[in-house]
Every structure is written in structure tokens, then in C-alpha cells.
Design a protein around this ligand. Structure first.
Ligand code: HEM
Length: 749
């Protein structure tokens, strides 16, 4: 989610969440599974591909099939025509909503920043004050060949290009297409626990809210200062916390805010409370999803009310220059109020006098009347860039070296727009980034022949030999594959088995991955890999470690099924490549991807009293449905794939055999479960046999009515074949989640 001053209106409109009337009200503690079943296929028109659907238009069974389908449509678009269409739209003022300075560019930059790759045209994001309607004719023209998400962000780029250079000669900024639109509001965007917009129950001035995942106030940094208090230093802390959550460092944060506010202005002609009507989602039906009807004066142009703050930062807000920093450092600033009553800052009279008097002030030209001009303004958040101990020197450096600032701005802007796009192979079109950027978790291209099906058979034999020689056990092979692939997150396409990072720091040392037994598996697989690659010098064929670790899982599962008396084939598609340690941002992997809990391996190093919520979260990141989640847990438990080789949840008397025993035990009323003293585990006494131990993650499968129904389906007499089929299919899905390389998207014109 993107954080901005959007909701920072001085207006304190109360948006009380509609009182829900569901079963959830009666049993609020029930585990919420909605995260796993969002954006249903039935929510979108049939010609619009679904992001996680397995079979779209007959394409392969990759979850990313919708992306492939979008890629082929996009490839038919003439992108220079599209860019020109956007430029025309941005520079053609529509009297219905006159453009400030005759250019919608700043508005589009702000819209793109709000969207920043996570934009959804649905509540709550569409209730943020930004007008994407300027782009509707273009969306209408290109239809499904261009997603809203790509269009909005590209418009931000075209805006910047046209205001930083001369349209026609300016080089396009880096841009990767490939964002697929959602059609139902996402359940995974956690907006905080407030019940009213702009309610602020998260400020404790003494410490930043470390565990909080959203912005510091309902989706925003307050431009006036924390909770409306113009405390510049505290405001810097809020900015740092919020931007860090977006993966931005201090220099990137300064570059982004300063670069953004080099363009455009704030709008606060009058008090929003008095003049501005409801947002699109709350507006009356006849408003047709437009919202914010402004009854002040003409309601537009000079009378516009958006945030309630008023004014621009630089002399010519539709052109790139270094005016933001020169103003920031040239003047002393004093508090004032916008016409709408919001706190903002203007140069003091004394500092104006010291800098040559009013005639020398770099006044900001009026947005609609070029004969008028205004004093430049700063928000409390802008002053933080000068007065914070860390931001201050960075700002000074950018002020002194405009070239460095320009470069930092363009790079941070690109990161802002692409940080949830995943590896470079997912960037479509001809303007894609030309450098290898570490935050994209680079994976090198394959410059050798990949293994044939004969080679795969040979390698599987070698892995099985290693199992039989006890160099690698079945549970350890399963765990290594899982540890490698299950880092994937559908929210930003990071993680996954590709890159083979499981053999690198920090992953190989993560406690969830059982470093000691993982090291044995790595050694065994590497030995086979090296030997194979050596013998293939003549053919030029090679196998990557990333492929080996996935193949190890296939061998282990097939062998465990054989021990249960069944023959299964776990699909394997070669073609993963190995990244190097230098291509791996250790700190960022640790911060973002390190598992604190993983219900699939019964691993829990968290302090969460209800780890089952973490299970649902991980299942969602892996795009699993509830049945896929259950079948994986049931299978992995009997395979003995627990972290630390613990027997928690291994509800079978024949571990290592791929059976439906876990489900049978979960649904067995003769087992009596009692909480153990540690508070996290339960003991299950059985009429015969040693007692079982289980976690909350195990027991929730039997206690939650929806999950229990799924477990019963796998516990019944006729379920063995469906269980094996579904387990293998869910397993393969996880292994393939990051195989964007297979899509070979057409790169567009
Ligand atoms: C305008 C706040 C960061 C780009 C504004 C406005 C506010 C605001 C309140 C006025 C909106 C209006 O009344 O129309 C903030 C805060 C930030 C922040 C609190 C972070 C601490 C950024 C960043 C960018 C950006 C990172 C771009 C990368 C813009 C632009 C405008 C704007 C282009 C002018 C929009 C127009 O002319 O219509 N910002 N902003 N801002 N912001 Fe930011």
C-alpha cells in the first residue's frame, strides 16, 4: 500500500465503517479465510485475464498465465503512439477540470505515486483524491491491451519526461509494463485498525510504531506534522518509518519527496468541511463514482480543494529545476495557515529581505493566471528534509549537485514504480531497465543448454542413490525444496526457488531452514550437480543448483509415495538459474523474506498467540486456495518435513510414507486434545498408541468448520488418489510460482 498526504485533508470527515452483519460478528475469533479466496474469477469480465487463475485462454497451467495473456495483447500496442496519446491528454486542458499551468503532469505524478504499482481502481484506493478520469479515453482506446495500473504509472513517466525535457527529443525513462488489474478489493491490504478515516490511534511520540505495517495515520504521512502537530523533527521520524516500509532508504526518500514536490501545487482554496462533498465510494449514485463535488466558487481551477493545503514549492511547477532545494535552504520558514486552515510554512519577511527583498523572491507563478504569483510554500514534512540530522546533509548534497539529485530522483522513481514487479524478466516492453539493480534480486540469464528428460532421469537416479547412502534424507530434501520455493510472495514477486539462493546467505542460515541438515542436502546436491556439469562439457549442457534442489523434492515425494504403494510423477521443469552472493541483498532478504513462522513446516518463532493467522498469510503469499493449503500441510506432516525435525503434527504411525493419515487423525473424535503447559502445543491422547503432539496450526484444520470440511474430504475412504493428485499439484504449483522465465513474453513494439 502506498502512503501519501492524500487523506491529509484538514477536513475531519468521519467515515464510520459500515456495521457488518455477518457470522463473523457473532464469532469474531473465527480464522478469516477470505484472504485465500479473493478476486474471484466471477468478479471479472470473461475477456479480462485473472492474475492467479491456473488456466486462462488455454495457456499453460502457471499461475502467471494471466500475465502471459496480457503480455501478448500488449505486444500488439504501438507504444510510441500510446506515449504520444498520453502526452496529448496531459497537455490538453479540459474546461471541465482545467489543468494547473496547462499541464496535468504534476497531477499524474502524484496519482502514479499513490498507485505506485499497487493501485486498484476499487475502494479504498479509488477514494483517494486523484483524478484518473483524464486517462479514461486512453484506457478506452487500448482496452485490455493496457491495464489501468500500467497506464497510470506510464502517465507518471510521460509527465516527468515532458516536464524534464522537450517532448519529441526526450529519452523515455525506464519503464516495465506487466501489471494486471484487480477487479475486487484486495483483502490483503491491511489498512490499520482504525474505524474512521483520519482517526489516528497510532501515535506515541516516544517511539515509531515498529510492528505496524501501514502508514502512521490511515494510509498517510500527515503533511502538517504528526497528528496535525507541526513538529518537524518528529515528522522526519514518521517519514523515515513510512518510507522504510516501502523499501526506501534515506537518500531515496529525500530524492522522491523533493523530486515530486518540484512539480505541481497543493490545493486548499477553502475549507473542505464546508465545501467538499463525499468521496467516490461514498458519493450519491448520480455522482457516478466521481466524488468530491466542490461547491466553493467554480469548484475547479483556482477554487480547487484537495488536501486543504495551498500553494507550490518552486517558481515554475511544470518544469524540472533545482528550485525546491534552493528555496528550502535560502529562506527561514514561518508557520502560516492555508485559506482552508491547514498549517503550512512560508519564507519569513526577514529572510526575504536578506535575500534581496520581495522583488528577488522566486515567486510561484499562479496556476491559472500568469499575471499573478505567490510566495513559495513548504509543508512540515518538506522542512523535515532540511532539519533532520540525516535528511539535512543529503538535501544539501542534492542542492549542491543537481546532476546527482536528478539521477537519484529518476532511480528512486523507477524503484517506487517497479518494486513490486519482481525480477527483470517480468518487465515487458522496450523501455525496461537496462542495468542490473540489486533490489530486483537479479537472476543471471541462461547461456547453456538445459537438461533433457534423459538427463533428468539420470540426475534423479543419482539423488535417489544419495538418499540410499543416507547423504540426504527424504524429509530433508522435501524441506530444502520447500525452503527454497516457499519464500515467494505474490504481492511483489520476490523470493522463489529461481536464483538458487537457498545455498547462499542469508537463506542457508535462517533458523526455519534447519541450517545443519540443509548444509548436508546442499553438499549432496552440489556434488551431483558438479559431477554432471563436468561430464557435459562436450554437450554444453548444465544443471543449476536451483533446479537440483527442486528436483530433490520431486525425488523425495515420488519415493515416499512408492513406500505407500503408489506411483506418482511429480512434474519438473528445468530452467532455473543460479544467482551469486554478490547479486543478493542480504539485509533486504533478512528484513523482508525471513520466515518468523511457517505453518507448513510447523515452525513458529513468533510471539503471536494465534500462529494460524500467519499460516493464512503465507498461504496467501503463495497464492494457495484453502484446499491446496490443507493438502500441502497434510502431506508435508506425514513426510516429516517439520522444521527441527520435530514430531509436532506428525499425526501418523508411519512417518515418511505419503498417506492420508494426518487427515484421518485430525478428524478422529477418539483423540482427546489438551493444551500443554508451554501454551503453544496440544497433546492428543489416543485409545491405542503413543499420544500425538500438535500445534494450533494443526488443530485449526480440525476446529475451523471450513477447513475441517476439507480435511474430512481427504480423510474418507475414497480419498487416497485425489489426495496424491492434489498434493502433487499443489506442490508443483509452489515450485513453479516464480517461473516467469517460461512465459517468454513478446517484448512489444
Ligand atoms: C502534492 C503530501 C511525498 C508528488 C502533495 C500534496 C500533499 C502532499 C498534501 C497536495 C495535494 C493537493 O492539495 O492537491 C506529501 C507528503 C509526502 C509526499 C506528506 C511524504 C512525506 C511525495 C512524493 C511524490 C509526491 C514521494 C512523488 C514521487 C507530489 C506531486 C504533487 C504533490 C507531484 C502535486 C500534485 C498537483 O499538482 O496536483 N503532496 N507528499 N509527493 N505531491 Fe506529495
Amino acid at each position: 500500500p502506498v502512503i501519501h498526504g492524500a487523506g491529509a485533508s484538514v477536513s475531519d470527515r468521519k467515515r464510520v465503517a459500515e456495521k457488518p452483519k455477518t457470522v463473523r460478528d457473532w464469532w469474531p475469533e473465527t480464522l478469516d479465510l477470505r484472504l485465500l479466496h479473493q478476486d474471484p474469477i466471477s468478479a471479472r469480465p470473461s475477456h479480462v485475464p485473472h492474475p492467479h487463475s491456473a488456466t486462462v485462454e488455454g495457456s499453460s497451467s502457471l499461475p502467471a498465465a494471466a500475465y502471459a495473456s496480457y503480455a501478448s495483447r500488449l505486444s500488439l500496442v504501438d507504444l510510441s503512439e500510446l506515449r504520444n496519446d498520453i502526452y496529448e491528454a496531459l497537455t490538453t486542458s479540459n474546461p471541465a477540470w482545467p489543468a494547473d499551468y496547462g499541464h496535468y503532469g504534476p497531477l499524474m505524478i502524484r496519482l502514479a505515486w499513490h498507485a505506485a504499482g499497487t493501485y486498484r481502481v476499487l475502494a479504498p484506493l479509488n477514494s483517494w483524491p486523484a483524478r484518473r478520469y483524464i486517462l479514461w479515453p486512453i484506457k478506452q482506446k487500448y482496452g485490455q491491451a493496457l491495464s489501468w495500473a500500467d497506464l497510470i504509472l506510464l502517465a507518471g513517466n510521460v509527465a516527468i519526461e515532458s516536464m524534464m525535457g522537450d517532448w519529441g527529443t526526450v529519452e523515455p525513462l525506464w519503464f516495465g509494463f506487466g501489471r494486471v488489474d484487480a477487479f475486487a478489493p484486495e483483502e490483503d491490504v491491511y489498512w490499520g485498525h482504525e474505524h474512521e478515516w483520519l482517526e489516528d490511534s497510532r501515535h506515541d511520540k516516544s517511539k515509531p510504531a515498529a510492528d505496524d505495517v501501514t502508514g502512521l495515520e490511515h494510509g498517510l504521512v500527515n503533511p502538517q506534522g504528526p497528528g496535525g502537530d507541526p513538529d518537524i523533527i518528529q515528522s522526519a521520524k514518521d517519514i523515515r518509518t513510512t518510507f522504510a516500509r516501502m523499501g526506501m532508504g534515506d537518500s531515496e526518500t529525500v530524492a522522491l519527496i523533493a523530486g515530486g514536490h518540484t512539480f505541481g501545487k497543493a490545493h486548499g482554496a477553502a475549507d473542505p468541511d464546508t465545501y467538499v462533498a463525499a468521496d467516490p465510494e461514498g458519493a450519491p449514485i448520480e455522482a457516478m463514482n466521481i466524488g468530491w463535488k466542490n461547491s466553493f466558487g467554480s469548484g475547479k481551477g483556482k477554487d480547487t480543494i484537495t488536501s486543504g493545503l495551498e500553494g507550490g514549492w518552486t517558481k515554475d511547477p511544470a518544469k524540472w529545476d533545482n528550485g525546491y532545494f534552493s528555496n528550502l535552504f535560502k529562506y527561514d520558514w514561518e508557520q502560516t495557515k492555508s485559506p482552508a486552515g491547514a498549517i503550512q510554512w512560508v519564507p519569513t519577511e526577514a529572510s526575504i529581505a536578506a535575500n534581496g527583498g520581495m522583488s528577488a523572491v522566486s515567486n510561484v507563478v499562479d496556476a491559472h493566471d500568469s499575471s499573478k504569483s505567490h510566495l513559495p510554500i513548504m509543508f512540515t514534512t518538506d522542512l523535515a528534509l532540511r532539519f533532520d540530522d540525516v535528511y539535512g546533509p543529503i538535501s544539501k548534497r542534492f542542492h549542491d549537485s543537481p546532476g546527482e539529485f536528478e539521477d537519484a530522483w529518476k532511480r528512486a522513481w523507477h524503484k517506487l514504480l517497479h518494486r513490486d514487479m519482481g525480477p527483470k524478466s517480468r518487465h515487458l516492453g522496450p523501455y525496461s531497465v537496462t542495468e542490473e539493480l540489486i533490489w530486483m534480486d537479479p537472476i543471471p540469464p541462461i547461456d547453456y543448454a538445459t537438461v533433457s528428460s534423459n538427463d533428468v532421469r539420470f540426475l534423479k537416479g543419482k539423488i535417489l542413490d544419495a538418499v540410499n547412502r543416507a547423504e540426504a534424507s527424504i524429509p530433508d530434501l522435501v524441506k530444502a525444496s520447500w525452503a527454497s520455493a516457499s519464500t515467494y510472495r505474490c504481492t511483489d514477486h520476490r523470493g522463489g526457488a529461481n536464483g538458487g539462493r537457498i545455498r547462499l546467505e542469508p537463506q542457508r542460515s535462517w533458523p526455519a531452514n534447519d541450517p545443519a541438515s540443509l548444509a548436508k542436502v546442499i553438499a549432496a546436491l552440489e556434488a551431483i550437480q558438479l559431477q554432471f556439469n563436468k561430464t557435459q562439457a562436450a554437450t554444453g549442457t548444465q544443471v543449476s543448483f536451483a533446479d537440483m534442489v527442486v528436483l530433490g523434492g520431486c525425488v523425495a515425494i515420488e519415493e515416499a509415495a512408492r513406500r505407500a504403494g503408489h506411483t506418482v510423477r511429480v512434474p519438473f521443469v528445468a530452467g532455473r538459474a543460479d544467482s551469486s552472493q554478490q547479486q543478493t541483498d542480504v539485509a533486504s532478504f533478512d528484513a523482508a523474506l525471513k520466515p518468523r513462522m511457517d505453518g507448513f513446516r510447523n515452525y513458529d518463532a513468533s510471539s503471536d498467540a494465534r500462529p494460524e493467522r500467519g499460516l493464512i498469510d503465507r498461504a496467501h503469499l503463495l497464492t494457495l486456495t484453502a484446499p491446496e493449503m490443507c493438502v500441502l500441510i497434510g502431506g508435508m506432516r506425514v513426510l516429516g518435513a517439520n522444521a527441527d525435525n520435530s514430531s509436532v503434527g506428525v499425526l501418523t504411525d508411519r512417518p515418511g510414507v505419503l498417506s492420508t493419515d494426518f487427515f484421518a487423525s485430525i478428524c478422529d473424535d477418539n483423540i482427546t486434545w489438551t493444551p500443554m503447559s508451554c501454551g503453544k502445543l496440544f497433546q492428543g491422547s489416543r485409545p491405542a498408541g503413543k499420544p500425538f503432539t500438535a500445534s494450533r496450526v494443526d488443530l485449526v484444520l480440525g476446529s475451523n468448520s471450513q477447513l475441517r470440511a476439507i480435511c474430512e474430504s481427504y480423510a474418507s475412504a475414497d480419498s487416497t488418489e485425489p489426495f496424491l493428485r492434489d498434493f502433487v499439484s499443489a506442490w508443483s504449483k509452489v515450485m513453479m510460482l516464480d517461473r516467469f522465465d517460461l512465459l517468454q513474453p513478446n517484448q512489444g513494439k
